[in-house]
Design a protein around this ligand. Structure first.
Ligand code: SAH
Ligand code: SF4
Ligand code: F3S
Length: 440
């Protein structure tokens, strides 16, 4: 028997890439690869890349430059680029960095086994097609190995919204939903392997509209209700949602579905209607605020999270103030803010850019406000009794770490809980990025 080949995967970008990396590792497992955490000992290195902002995309080339010398030590080493940079730049990647042997776009991962075969024959391999078949159906291998208590499950991919700043519709293609039966099958497999929390993923997850077994399309709410019936599964989350797809049945599920967690990531991007229009967001600040009112009426304790872009082309100080006002009105438990990054091929790239120093200044101001809100909401958790899904031991003796219903990281002191347990705790202190708790 020959020793198994070693695979090293580095993942950038969003959770969908994390999920895809797991699937690629399983697929290459079928080709005789086992995963390693050390690039130096790998026979194949895969970078699963992100194209969302310029910095993310450029990082890939500097990483490739660093990895290239490993080929001198191991002439059989193959280097591959997957993910959204692979989709966006294709062959150009091999031109810019000839050490790259394989380029594979996100819709073609089920082609990996045959691509790997080409590499064995000394050829380079490139595939950035958008094929019709469900890649996850072909990629499905159902390993039995134990899993960590919390897992991702992609249910929807792609985006038809075409926000003026965003590359996702180009790198991930049109919106596609997976059938309900396959998602349920995968969820059952995960729970059999120790998973107790599933986060449903999609670039526009609440636009989900998958085939039900009865030939009727299911919404995301319908899917969540089906998952709610799986024994052993205790928590359901989903991300990322678009305000326009936040329909009444999903809002009602937040009130009625006991396994659906009180946390919602609902990016708005800006609080200025003028900018939202220029972003092609097709909602207003007011409609977003009314939507949150409705969601909070259904589930008063829901923790809101969002994404913001500052320095979008033509954004004025007045527009930016409107964003700060919206943040103050919503009160976010988590929020992510980004300086606008001009992306080739997107409509906004052609427009007048905001002065970079001004954009930096706005980023600092928005982050200060967001941090203040986050910390106040964390401080409000002190004294409350919450449920924590235990994920791993902490750094200190006797400490276990997990997540609350609201997705806060919680350190439980002097705990005898095991990984995968759901424990009732009392929050005793709010730290900068986590909460401390004692068992109840
Ligand atoms: N599908 C999700 C998120 C996609 S990307 C959604 O619709 O909300 C994640 C976040 O990156 C976006 O919400 C946006 O805030 C940010 N982003 C996307 N393109 C960007 C760009 N060109 N520059 C800066 N931030 C960007
Ligand atoms: Fe990008 Fe907009 Fe689609 Fe989100 S909704 S992925 S921001 S185009
Ligand atoms: Fe990045 Fe692609 Fe995800 S661009 S954010 S890895 S969909």
């Amino acid at each position: 028997m020959t020793a198994p080949k070693k695979l090293f995967i580095r993942t950038y970008g969003c959770q969908m890439n994390v999920y895809d990396s797991e699937r690629m590792a399983e697929s290459l497992g079928g080709q005789g690869y086992v995963e390693t955490q050390r690039a130096e000992e790998a026979d194949m290195i895969l970078l699963n890349t992100c194209h969302i902002r310029e910095k993310a995309a450029e990082k890939v080339y500097s990483e490739l430059g660093r990895l290239k010398p490993l080929k001198a030590a191991n002439p059989d080493l193959k280097i591959g680029v997957a993910g959204c940079v692979a989709q966006a730049e294709g062959e150009e990647i091999m031109r810019r960095q000839p050490a790259v042997d394989l380029v594979v776009g996100p819709q073609s991962y089920h082609r990996l086994p045959e691509m790997e075969q080409s590499l064995r024959e000394g050829k380079k391999a490139l595939n950035t097609d958008f094929p019709q078949e469900d890649k996850f159906e072909v990629l499905k291998s159902r390993p039995k190995a134990r899993r960590a208590p919390s897992a991702f499950l992609t249910v929807q991919e792609g985006c038809d919204k075409f926000c003026a700043f965003c590359v996702v519709p180009y790198t991930r293609g049109a919106e596609v939903s997976r059938p309900v039966s396959r998602i349920l099958e995968e969820a059952r497999n995960l729970t059999e392997r120790g998973v107790r929390e599933i986060t449903l993923l999609g670039q526009n997850v609440n636009a989900y509209h998958g085939d039900g077994s009865d030939g009727v399309e299911q919404t995301l709410a319908g899917l969540i209700w089906r998952l709610n019936g799986i024994d052993g599964l205790e928590r359901i989350r989903y991300t990322t949602s678009h305000p326009n797809d936040m329909h009444d049945d999903l809002i009602a599920a937040h009130a009625e579905c006991d396994k659906l967690m009180p946390y919602l990531h609902l990016p708005v991007q800006s609080g200025s209607d003028r900018i939202l229009k220029r972003m092609n967001r097709s909602h207003t600040a007011e409609s977003y605020l009314r939507l949150i009112e409705k969601i909070r009426a259904a589930r008063p304790d829901i923790l809101m999270s969002g994404d913001f872009i500052v320095g979008f082309p033509e954004e004025t100080e007045t527009d930016f103030q409107a964003t700060l006002d919206l943040i103050s009105e919503v009160n976010y438990g988590y929020a992510y803010s980004f300086k606008y990054s001009s992306r080739p091929g997107t409509p906004a790239a052609e427009r007048a850019q905001v002065d970079p120093a001004e954009a930096d200044d706005r980023l600092q101001r928005i982050q200060a406000l967001i941090t203040k809100q986050q910390q106040e909401i964390q401080a409000d958790m002190v004294g409350r009794d919450l449920n924590v899904l235990v994920e791993k031991p902490g750094r200190e003796a006797g400490q276990m770490v997990g997540k609350s219903e609201y997705l806060h990281a919680v350190h439980i002191e002097n705990s005898d809980a095991a990984v995968g347990d759901m424990v009732r705790v009392r929050i005793v202190e709010a730290k900068r990025n986590s909460l401390s708790a004692v068992s109840r």
